[in-house]
Design a protein around this ligand. Structure first.
Ligand SMILES: Nc1nc2c(ncn2[C@@H]2O[C@H](COP(=O)(O)OP(=O)(O)O)[C@@H](O)[C@H]2O)c(=O)[nH]1
Ligand SMILES: [Mg+2]
Length: 218
């Protein structure tokens, strides 16, 4: 790459990329956070259905001269907590990623079929973060190293197709190739640049809360 074209890329690249990881317990949110930041044990990650991550956690790093802020959240559908408690905690991710996340990564494992349970989880996320949620969302698939082809995972699952269509930032599959994370970051950066650096804000969350309250009143 010539010097001048490199400069252009630098100018376009957001100086900081803020990412919030969302999804059910055990799908690989914390491990994905570690992969993204290139360090193994920043976020606690363990097998099982009990949420290891009880509070939202923020970790930062610098990858290719770009500051990354990654916020890990407690998993939805944990056996230890009510959905309401979990959602209340998940909302604090917006403040941790201040002034707001560029992208919500909804983490799904290709080892788990996309069923009504997963759909309900996505619906809770959308209800919680409101009408703008999908404008800032990418689906991140984990467990890609076990040879599951993403096309096979999609095949015949209309609801999963629908979800991907709704997510403005598309999807990415994490596998064991060294390029997996650079490719993910490039995809996110491209989308954020196309969105002229826009990000999800605390005002949008406030609006979503008001909308939810009005729904319960009427
Ligand atoms: N093989 C494989 N294991 C994974 C992957 N992602 C997560 N895991 C494992 O799945 C378990 C739960 O992962 P974790 O990141 O803690 O899930 P979280 O509850 O969503 O944060 C851990 O034992 C991880 O090592 C993946 O992509 N491939
Ligand atoms: Mg976790």
């Amino acid at each position: 790459m010539s010097d001048s074209s490199k400069k252009e890329v630098d100018i376009l690249l957001p100086a900081e990329l803020r990412i919030v990881l969302l999804g059910m317990v055990g799908v690989g949110k914390s491990s994905s956070g570690n992969k993204i930041l290139g360090q193994e044990n920043l976020f606690d990650s363990k097998p099982g259905l009990s949420a290891v991550t009880e509070k939202c956690q923020k970790k930062t790093g610098n990858i290719n001269n770009q500051n990354l802020v990654v916020v890990d959240t407690p998993g939805l559908l944990s056996i230890d907590k009510t959905e309401e408690e979990i959602l209340r905690e998940i909302k604090t991710s917006i403040n941790l990623a201040e002034p707001g996340p560029h992208v919500f990564l909804i983490v799904l494992s290709v080892k788990e079929k996309y069923t009504k349970k997963e759909e309900d989880m996505v619906k809770s996320i959308c209800d919680t973060f409101g009408k703008n949620t999908m404008d800032y969302t990418m689906v991140l698939f984990t467990h890609g190293e076990e040879g599951t082809k993403i096309e096979d995972f999609f095949s015949g699952n209309k609801n999963l197709h629908k979800l991907i269509k709704k997510c403005k930032y598309g999807y990415h599959l994490l596998d064991s190739r060294p390029e997996q994370v650079p490719e993910l970051l490039k995809k996110i950066n491209d989308k954020v640049q196309a969105a002229e650096g826009r990000y999800y804000t605390a005002e949008m969350l406030q609006e979503a809360e008001t909308a939810l309250q009005q729904q319960t009143v009427h």
